[in-house]
Design a protein around this ligand. Sequence first.
Ligand SMILES: Cc1cc2nc3c(=O)[nH]c(=O)nc-3n(C[C@H](O)[C@H](O)[C@H](O)COP(=O)(O)OP(=O)(O)OC[C@H]3O[C@@H](n4cnc5c(N)ncnc54)[C@H](O)[C@@H]3O)c2cc1C
Length: 385
Amino acid sequence: MSLFTPTASWVTDEHHMFADAVSRLLQDEMVPNAETWIENGVVDRAFWRKAGEAGIMGGSIPEEYGGVGGGFGFDSVTLYEQGAVGDVGWGYGIQTIVMHYLVAYGTDEQKARWLPALVSGEKVGAIAMTEPGTGSDLQNVRTTAKKDGNGYVINGSKIFITNGQSADLVIVVAKTDKEAGAKGVSLLMVETEGAEGYRRGANLKKMGMKGNDTSELFFEDVKVPADNLIGPEEGQGFYQLMKQLPWERLLIAITALGCIDYAIAETVKYTQERKAFGNRIMDFQNTRFKLAECKTKAEVLRSFVNDCIGRLEEGKLDAATASMAKWWGSQIQNEVMHECVQLHGGYGYMTEYPISRLYTDARVQMIYGGTNEIMKELIARSIDT
Ligand SMILES: Cc1cc2nc3c(=O)[nH]c(=O)nc-3n(C[C@H](O)[C@H](O)[C@H](O)COP(=O)(O)OP(=O)(O)OC[C@H]3O[C@@H](n4cnc5c(N)ncnc54)[C@H](O)[C@@H]3O)c2cc1C
């Protein structure tokens, strides 16, 4: 199983070597522990640090901040390999998003202060956009950041925040000007350790993705220095969010592909072993046709994902194409999981079989990162110009 298509022009020998190293680390350190993380509802901090030590977290982060200094292709490899061992608990995708906000908009001081710790796994990042009253309609966030002396005071609450229990660094989307609509939105970094007025809600109980901590976060007069504003001036938040969305959307499709490859491999194994009416389940034409359909969907997605990674590396991935990757990838993932559960029969419904977990894990991919309806809206806008 591999992310790469044979003809993808962005792929180098380094990417292949990196993929081998990531895969080894995940087999050794993730696979044996994933069940425990699911039970605990959170990935061990020790794993974050091991991933950092192995150098797999800073694929696209400049070397001066501890990274590998490559492009998005390296992050893509890590995310694919994670899916390909059937894990969605480790919130590495969010960690890359936080790092890329800093790379793109952080001051030199902010980069030096936060990036090395995010690359090494010493600190875990989160991005807090969604609020109880505002999800898709991001412009209408209620959280405020009011200028106060040489800093800001943040008030508000966020919900469904990935890595919410673990996060040391939270990028908070807040209104610095309530009257200015999208132009009043800014991004501020909250350093959670010892932050007065900052509170984590419960680790939310979810249908799937149970190894990840997803939380409500509360901000009650939380003070941050003016230096924690991401970017040179206030009011840039919405623009910054929009500019980073192509990666956030593509990474969902990459994870989908990894999970699909894993699910198909598990289902092939199962249907080769299980017998009914004296035959292997694999010998029924229905099984062969369903798996042929799943495999075709995976290969079409692989080609598209590779094309999108190549475009992103060249700075040419537009919002509409990234939205296509997100909705299509997550849609195909859900279709494949549905068929793979069916081919497992009753065992596919039992949590001891990985396919049942992959099925419930897949559902949220159609919801977060912008719902698939919002993706279609964005694509439609690019048609109806
Ligand atoms: C497990 C999980 C992890 C998450 N992680 C994060 C995170 O780390 N950070 C973060 O900020 N958020 C996170 N989210 C939040 C996620 O991004 C939002 O749930 C999502 O954007 C949808 O917002 P909502 O839940 O408020 O739904 P709503 O916006 O209320 O939407 C409800 C329904 O209405 C539809 N709808 C809304 N507007 C339109 C429209 N204009 N046209 C057509 N249909 C529309 C939606 O598609 C959806 O079907 C996470 C969510 C989950 C479940």
